[in-house]
Design a protein around this ligand. Structure first.
Ligand code: GUN
Ligand code: FE
Length: 465
């Protein structure tokens, strides 16, 4: 990018930088972040030292674009949502009364089938993508529908609105696990359409958007489709996403069909690869966790959706101890909370319920799973640095060499959701309040790849939590 005089555009952002480089570490510094013209962070100056203050001043003076955040506005890494069903956006907030296997057939497949109409799809995408950006989701991992054109349109919408995204055409062909009006005609057709979708998304030509191979889950896919998609991943190097071991029903299905766990079955089909994103995965055995970490695959932990469909709480602490990469997912619309800051709070809440247990008829000592709790620092790390690590994308932390994907959150907006009290709220409390309480309205800035988003009309679109 060049400015009007032919010089390179650079960005300098000054403000209080809060981030979580590890699961139990919050850092807060008065920072100036320097970003070069292509969107890579070149320096983070700590203004608490004389040297850092001078370098920060110089960076601000020489930048072609300056943003000086007011005191009380916090600069943070953008949020990485590892699991979103884009076509389920119109369904958000409804239909959570049925178990997964009926919810799919009664509510979700009929809605997803409508994306055969590409104009309808484009209308939904043009609402969804800027809305999620305004909530701070700078990286989104999408299941699209089964349709090639609608999926290409989703990639185009992400490129146009400036959201970093992995976009996957959903492959599903099983004659019992899918309705005949919403499936790939044959396994070969499913593999061919998935390959065509990879090419179409690559043709969109956005550095922000990549394809991802997306077998829906084992019950919706024949062996031939799972094998074919694994070969496609091997040949193309494209990432994979699927649902894994989500519910009692899903696990029972895998046991009946494969005689083993869903995780082992996915591995036998060659789908457990580096950067594979496994949604939910609540019911992983210790052996399954070893498989996932050994292959450097990762889990999209979707705490709110799990409360409705999973029959269990995902044991984050146990998974991390086993070396499993974990990030957070909203699971729109199985989870009815689209903003990932809210999902951070859900992850904290369900971990506390797992630790204490929920059945008051049991003795306290019998009720829960000790040492299951996570706090807001770990939850935010999952939503940023750890989710980025699962995807192997250079985002999730504001440090030199990574892309500048960031949000700024106001803690002092009149009528806003956050109150900070002088002499009461230290840095750790301020961070906790931001993670637990901020709404999209409190997010004043969103940058992806060094550019402020959503541009123009998208900004005012969403006012919910
Ligand atoms: N398993 C297969 N499809 C889906 C889906 O759309 N949502 C959830 N939560 N689980 C699934
Ligand atoms: Fe899902």
């Amino acid at each position: 990018m060049l400015n009007g005089y032919g010089g390179a555009m650079t960005l300098a952002v000054a403000g209080t930088l809060m981030q979580t480089p590890s699961p139990d570490r919050l850092t807060v510094i008065d920072a100036v972040v320097e970003v070069e013209s292509a969107g890579t962070i070149t320096a983070v100056h700590d203004r608490s030292t004389a040297e850092g203050a001078a370098a920060g001043r110089l960076a601000l003076d020489s930048a072609t674009e300056r943003v000086e955040l007011a005191p009380g506005t916090f600069l943070m890494p953008g949020l990485v949502d590892l699991h979103i069903h884009a076509p389920q956006w119109p369904q958000l907030g409804t239909g959570l009364d049925l178990p997964l296997e009926r919810w799919l057939f009664d509510y979700t497949f009929p809605l997803e089938a409508r994306y055969a109409d590409t104009a309808f799809a484009a209308t939904v995408w043009d609402d969804l993508v800027p809305s999620l950006l305004a909530m701070g989701t700078t990286t989104a991992v999408y299941f699209s529908s089964n349709h090639l054109e609608a999926t290409t349109a989703l990639a185009q919408a992400c490129a146009r609105h400036g959201q970093r995204a992995l976009v996957g055409r959903v492959a599903m062909d099983h004659p019992e696990g899918t309705p005949d009006w919403y499936r790939d005609a044959t396994a070969a057709a499913g593999v061919a359409a998935s390959a065509a979708s990879i090419e179409a998304i690559d043709t969109v030509g956005s550095p922000l958007v990549d394809p991802i191979i997306t077998p829906r889950f084992t019950p919706a896919c024949t062996d031939a489709l799972l094998e074919g998609l694994s070969e496609l991943a091997e040949a193309s190097g494209v990432r994979i996403q699927t649902h894994c071991a989500e519910s009692d029903w899903h696990c029972g299905y895998a046991a009946d069909r494969f005689g083993t766990t869903d995780t082992v079955a996915l591995d036998r089909f060659g789908l457990m690869r580096p950067r594979t994103v496994l949604a939910h995965s609540d019911h992983l055995t210790a052996g399954d966790m070893g498989l996932v970490s050994g292959h450097r695959a990762g889990v999209a932990h979707c705490p709110l959706s799990n409360a409705y469909f999973a029959n269990a709480v995902f044991a984050v602490r146990r998974a991390l101890a086993a070396g499993v990469g974990v990030g957070l997912g909203s699971d729109i619309a199985g989870g009815a909370r689209p903003g990932l800051l809210g999902v951070c709070q859900d992850a904290v809440t369900v971990s506390r319920m797992l630790e204490d247990g929920v059945n008051p008829a049991l003795e306290a000592a019998e009720r829960g799973v000790p040492e299951s709790r996570i706090d807001t620092v770990t939850a935010f790390w999952l939503a940023t640095a750890s989710g980025a690590a699962v995807l192997d994308l250079p985002v999730g932390l504001i440090e030199p060499g990574r892309r500048f994907d960031a949000i700024a959150v106001r803690s002092d907006r009149p009528g806003g959701a956050i109150r900070l009290w002088e002499g009461i709220d230290d840095e750790a409390c301020s961070f906790e309040k931001v993670v637990r309480l901020a709404t999209a309205d409190d997010i004043s800035h969103v940058w992806v790849d060094g550019t402020q988003r959503p541009s123009g009309e998208g900004r005012d679109q969403w006012a919910g939590p």
